[in-house]
Design a protein around this ligand. Sequence first.
Ligand code: RRO
Length: 326
Amino acid sequence: MLDCAIFHLHQERFVISTQTQIAGSVFANCIMNASGVYCHSAHELDAVQQSTAATFVTKSATLAPRAGNPEPRYCTVPFGSINSMGLPNHGLAYYLDYVSQAQRDFPGKSYFLSITGFNVEEDLALIRQVQASDFAGIVELNLSCPNVPGKPQTGYDFEAVARILEAVFALYQAPLGIKLPPYFDLIHFDEIAAILNRFPLAYVNSVNSIGNGLCVDAASEAVLIKPKGGFGGIGGVYLKPTALANVRAFYERLKPEIQIIGTGGVVNGSDVFEHILCGASMVQVGTTLQEEGIGAFARLTRELKEIMAAKGYQTLDDFRGRLKTL
Ligand code: RRO
């Protein structure tokens, strides 16, 4: 079993576990998909289910299905990816049905349902639909989609974040986390963390893609994706230092009840290790999963365990958050 592999190191037997917990739910592994990758259709979600991933998060669901932006809208670049998908999804009812079936098929497993509205009324309508269902997992409210023309990223409007969370938690008391955009200024970390600490959030997921980057093909002298004149969210290797900074900054500022999910720039087991060292309790994989496919979960888990074995760590608690400063 991958989640309790036995490593032989210096003649000693180590049982290495990558088990973790989010909002009281136990997961056998700490690596899962990032919303947007392998989670649009039942077929893709089945593949994540059948892999060594901890669990899955769905594509961010809106009230009604959306086709998203015109193609091409995703492109791989040497150090990552650019996307302007524009929230293509099958609508909340589709993902609620899928999770409901998964809950029946695998009792005891917990799933993440990502939702996003275009204003607070839509957020509340989504939440009411979740409440009216048999959903028993963790809701992730996406406050950071960078790719809907004319719609700003909510996470950069701190007053809007406060208003949304006040309205949402007045209605919903079950486990709920938020997906945030990357922040780049220490004062912004202080300000947004002070707001988030007022709410019973289960977790903060940092980070979404770096919004509105631009990748250019010099040969054709053109942009790589069609929507918004080529502007799109940047993922992959480019994202890792920013993602780690956000995980660390929130780990240092949020009350301990608010856990951190680390997302951004995970290519190998060391990247997963670094996210956890900075304070993450779960690590999500986007661009690498898109490029490598579902086998990425087993490889990343094996590589993380090899690092843990070499360092003599048996559980994530042995090193989570224990980043040293100089
Ligand atoms: O669908 C998208 O364009 C998208 C979303 Br909702 C998101 O949260 N992050 C991203 O990079 N793309």
